[in-house]
Design a protein around this ligand. Structure first.
Ligand code: PFF
Length: 446
């Protein structure tokens, strides 16, 4: 017997959950540093275009399939396919999605663990616990393992509570807090010397870079990762949206929130880096580029905070709270994908499914922690650069080539009765059918 399905109780709840999934380390860390190392506003410009021209149509494909089928990704793709071959493909795409999202969560939990450790560090210093502070900020396998476990336990606890009492409740609490902290931090950093140089680095475009294929590849990867596409997350969240909801509108709102928060994060991170430079912190690497990788968050910014004096402690707590919140609202959406499958297709009760899947992913995370150099970058680039865009491509193919067009329209009309006269229906079907697959492949093979 099918397990009873959850549903988001309001548009606000869905928006917080879906934008919570979208807004994560990719926005607050990935986007600003990608912008800085790819020609400033030239990247911003390419990103905005790709997010709306490719990301939004692909996001809509997931939301529509999810809400129509009211099931997890594997079952959903299977139920919109008719022939044997397409059903087999549906299973394959669904399972690769589950494996990919689990691997994404396994590296995401490691980075999120660092954020939690750096969040606790200023508190431990305030309490005079200097050796704890040193332990928290020293990159050791054991610290990383401990925080992976803590972070995964939090993720599992929220998912165990279900769609409304777990995902929706926590996203609705955490996302407004995230926006509030982000705005306060931006206002504060803007008052510091050097901030305007950072703003220039962010907003003055280097137009010679606009046609650089690498810039386009990075911008597309950023857009797909940031909108959590391809791996079934948005499909599963779509399956919990009420039938009265106007899908094209909520999809636009999710994309706007995601892009808007990425752009805001740029207003924080780049000025903060130049403020750090002004206060004597090294912000360029040996090759002369801005430090962008883990070094940025775990060395440049903490060095800046410690140069700020006592207020630096408060700023550090706020900043790492922001990062932890952003991580958690994304990690729960990742865990929901395999959990929804286990509950619905395997009949496992939700708490047990969350615990077992959570334990498996934690174990993979720990394997990466203890073999960091050979594994971490490999898992990141395999999942986000290879697997995610291709899976998204296949979901577009399912929506546009395999699924019946009148069923799609019917689904959209549930929440907007005049859908076929609207802009969305005039553009989107053609878009997902031709433009998205070709553009994804073109950028992919760059
Ligand atoms: N969108 C998240 C971010 O920008 O950090 C990452 C993410 C979440 C990727 C959920 C994939 C996913 F299924």
């Amino acid at each position: 017997m099918a397990a009873e399905r959850g549903e988001f109780s309001s548009r606000f709840g869905f928006l917080m959950a879906a934008s919570g999934s979208a807004v994560g380390l990719g926005n607050i860390w990935g986007f600003p540093t990608n912008t800085a190392s790819n020609g400033g506003a030239a990247f911003l410009f390419a990103y905005l275009i790709l997010a709306f021209a490719l990301g939004y149509p692909a996001l809509m494909a997931e939301l529509i399939i999810g809400r129509h089928t009211r099931s997890n990704a594997v079952a959903a793709l299977k139920s919109i396919s008719s022939g044997k071959k397409s059903q087999f493909l549906a299973l394959a795409i669904g399972f690769v999605g589950i494996v990919t999202v689990s691997l994404i969560l396994s590296f995401y939990a490691i980075v999120s663990g660092w954020m939690m450790a750096f969040f606790l560090d200023p508190i431990s210093r305030l309490l005079g616990l200097t050796s704890l502070s040193a332990w928290l900020t020293t990159d050791t396998e054991i610290r990383n393992a401990v925080f992976v476990i803590i972070f995964m336990v939090l993720t599992v606890l929220i998912i165990t509570a279900g769609v409304k009492d777990g995902i929706e409740k926590w996203a609705s609490r955490l996302m407004p807090a995230l926006v509030g902290i982000l705005l306060l931090l931006i206002l504060y950093v803007f008052t510091l010397p050097g901030a305007m140089d950072g703003l220039r680095a962010y907003l003055v475009p280097d137009f010679s870079r606009v046609t650089d294929p690498q810039l386009l590849v990075n911008a597309m990867g950023q857009a797909f990762f940031s909108l959590s596409l391809g791996v079934g997350t948005m499909l599963v969240y779509g399956s919990y949206i009420s039938k009265d909801e106007n899908l094209p509108v909520v999809g636009v709102l999710v994309a706007l929130l995601d892009v808007g928060i990425a752009v805001l994060a740029g207003l924080l991170i780049l000025p903060a880096m130049y403020v750090a430079l002004e206060s004597g912190v090294q912000i360029y690497d040996d090759a002369g580029g801005l430090i962008a990788g883990p070094g940025l968050i775990v060395s440049v910014l903490p060095a800046l905070f410690s140069n700020m004096g006592p207020i630096g402690l408060l700023v550090a707590v706020a900043f790492f709270a922001l990062m932890t919140i952003a991580s958690l609202t994304s990690s729960i959406s990742m865990l929901e994908v395999p959990v929804a499958y286990s509950v619905e297709n395997r009949g496992i009760p939700r708490p047990k499914a969350a615990m077992v899947v959570g334990a498996i992913i934690t174990s993979i995370s720990l394997v990466i922690v203890f073999n960091f150099d050979p594994l971490f970058d490999m898992v990141v680039s395999f999942t986000t650069e290879r697997s995610q865009p291709l899976l998204s491509l296949f979901i577009c193919i399912f929506a546009a080539w395999i699924w019946r067009r009148n069923e799609i329209l019917e689904e959209i009309r549930q929440g907007s009765s005049k859908a076929e006269q609207g802009m969305f229906w005039k553009i989107w079907p053609f878009y997902v059918k031709f433009i998205c697959p070709v553009a994804i492949l073109a950028v992919y093979f760059q």
